[in-house]
Design a protein around this ligand. Structure first.
Ligand code: GLY
Length: 565
């Protein structure tokens, strides 16, 4: 009798586990020998590891993790967005994959201006007109076709389909975000109740049956269904209904692009990162080349001299970014000149150890201040054969444009806001852009995403990246210096406090406790203004040293998670 009771209890427990998914714990630090995945959510990292254990390589795992994030991290993981990937094969060949969104054919440089030529508030950030032609599904498929090892595309989507169908227990952060954007969801999607509750709480189960069906269609029919089939038509219908201009031809014509990555030396290392239309690789390369000329290690971590140098380098690099960076298929971005050591030496010619260089002395013309977006996400993976993939993907803002495709359950990006709405003239947010990043049909908007792989002695050494808008570049920069120059392990390098300067506004953004009082005083004395922010960057990184993988998630995001074996 007692045995029967225990069995029934066990059955009940199993039943409730099956129907009430429980929270999965996240790990911020892990050492492993074989393979590793770091992402913004433990359910997604576990999917990546599951694929690796099933014989998939790092690219297979990346694809599956991305699809899982589209379910469990809907504010940035996506089907309706885009991203960038750096892939390095076990033989040492590196490729950059660009699946950034494009401007629709009907877009033009005055898209967000009123009849008087003023930027219309919010138009590039909310609703249908904010949406760029999504690249994610085509990009993930292209990565898998070229580099994947598993023969079955469906296998890569199966875990995401299950998560969408069965639901998962949401974290505290996810509950907070869903509550925060409830009114936006209702405004653009009055008939969609998937993301609507009186109040979401940690542990509540989010089921997404429509998204499960969409993923099923993509699994069975491939990206064609997304770009030419029923899903494409539903995207066009919803974008049109929400005030946008994407047509079916825009989707049909979308193509991801394999590009030559930016590769720069840094001391005994090589840094491989993203070329335009991201500014990430060029800016990171410039920063590293500049600081390589100074004795950072001797000056010390976050000392006055080190901070001052890094800030002065950042000011010059962000000024360059604003003027010269954009989609290189549309604008002749002078990548080689910007990375030329002689140019960078000359750029620092007026650097003085004693005082801050005023902005006006660095760049007399206009510049673009990149708008903050902390809702991008990053995945780092190394597999058993040491294939490495670094991938950053985004909808831009939290849940992108907030527009959900009716019947298909996924959010569309608001990436059009990454263009300069009005080149050469400041808009109402104080953002100023240049011709290089002006809107044009089919053009890709400038990004700061910086998926990066660092090698040493022709072996993978580090894989890293982060969300954080314009602070992405400086967060990756600092994490590399923390390991290479300041001898930190991966975990400490990721958790270390960060600061950032992007030329204008003319202040150093810093996280609490970044600097000692003495350093703060010296920085002020040199002429700097300082502004404390809550946090910047949420780095996900793996270090491969002496055959061992050390993975680090960022404690700045409670859900960041490392999985490995
Ligand atoms: N949407 C943020 C970025 O691409 O930089």
């Amino acid at each position: 009798m007692q045995k029967l009771f225990l069995l029934s209890l066990l059955g009940l427990l199993l039943f409730s586990c099956k129907h009430n998914p429980t929270m999965v714990q996240s790990h911020k630090h892990l050492i492993a020998d074989t393979a590793m995945v770091v992402s913004a959510n433990p359910l997604a990292s576990k999917v990546g590891v599951q694929i690796l254990k099933q014989g998939g390589n790092a690219v297979d795992a990346m694809v599956a993790t991305n699809f899982a994030l589209a379910v469990v991290y809907p504010r940035a993981g996506n089907l309706g967005g885009g991203g960038f990937m750096i892939i390095r094969t076990p033989k040492g060949t590196a490729t950059a994959l660009d699946y950034r969104e494009t401007a629709p054919a009907k877009a033009n440089k005055d898209l967000y201006l009123d009849k008087d030529g003023n930027v219309i508030e919010g138009l590039s950030r909310n609703g249908g007109l904010a949406v760029g032609v999504p690249g994610t599904v085509a990009g993930l498929y292209a990565a898998w076709q070229k580099y994947g090892q598993l023969k079955s595309w469906q296998k890569l989507l199966a875990p995401a389909i299950k998560l969408a169908q069965n639901g998962f227990a949401i974290s505290e952060t996810e509950a907070h975000r869903l509550n925060k954007y409830k009114n936006d969801f209702l405004k653009w999607n009055p008939d969609n109740k998937t993301f609507i509750r009186d109040r979401w709480l940690k542990g509540d189960v989010l089921k997404q049956p429509q998204l499960a069906q969409t993923l099923q269609l993509i699994a069975q029919k491939g990206p064609k269904e997304f770009y030419e089939g029923k899903i494409a038509q539903a995207i066009v219908d919803k974008v049109t209904k929400s005030g946008g201009i994407i047509k079916i031809e825009d989707l049909k014509n979308y193509t991801p692009k394999f590009r030559k990555p930016i590769v720069v030396p840094y001391k005994n290392y090589r840094v491989i990162s993203m070329p335009p239309p991201s500014s990430g690789g060029v800016a990171l390369g410039q920063l590293l080349e500049i600081v390589a000329q100074y004795p950072l290690k001797q000056w010390g971590f976050h000392s006055y001299k080190t901070t001052h140098l890094m800030v002065e380098a950042e000011k010059r690099v962000y000024a360059d970014r604003a003027k010269y960076l954009g989609d290189s298929d549309f604008y002749p971005v002078p990548v080689d000149s910007l990375l030329n050591p002689a140019y960078l030496k000359q750029r620092m010619a007026d650097f003085s150890l004693d005082k801050a260089t005023p902005g006006s002395a660095i760049f007399a013309g206009y510049f673009q201040l990149h708008k903050e977006s902390f809702e991008t996400t990053h995945i780092s993976i190394i597999d058993k054969d040491r294939m490495a993939v670094s991938c950053t993907t985004t909808l831009n803002s939290n849940f992108g444009s907030k527009v959900i495709v009716d019947g298909y359950g996924f959010f569309l990006n608001n990436e059009m806001d990454d263009f300069s709405a009005k080149p050469g003239v400041p808009n109402q947010f104080g953002l100023i852009g240049a011709e290089a990043n002006a809107i044009a049909p089919h053009k890709r908007m400038l990004s700061s995403m910086t998926p990066t792989i660092v090698t040493k002695d022709n072996q993978v050494f580090m894989v890293l990246g982060t969300p954080g808008g314009s602070t992405i570049i400086t967060s990756v920069f600092q994490t590399i210096l923390n390991v290479v120059d300041f001898d930190m392990n991966m975990y400490d390098a990721v958790q270390a406090k960060r600061f950032h300067h992007q030329f204008l506004p003319d202040y150093i953004m810093f996280e609490k406790k970044s600097f000692s009082q003495a350093v703060t005083d010296s920085l002020k004395q040199a002429g700097y203004k300082l502004k404390q922010v809550k946090y910047m960057g949420v780095v996900k990184a793996i270090l491969l040293r002496q055959g061992q993988l050390e993975g680090a998630g960022d404690t700045r995001n409670k859900d960041d998670d490392v999985e490995g074996y």
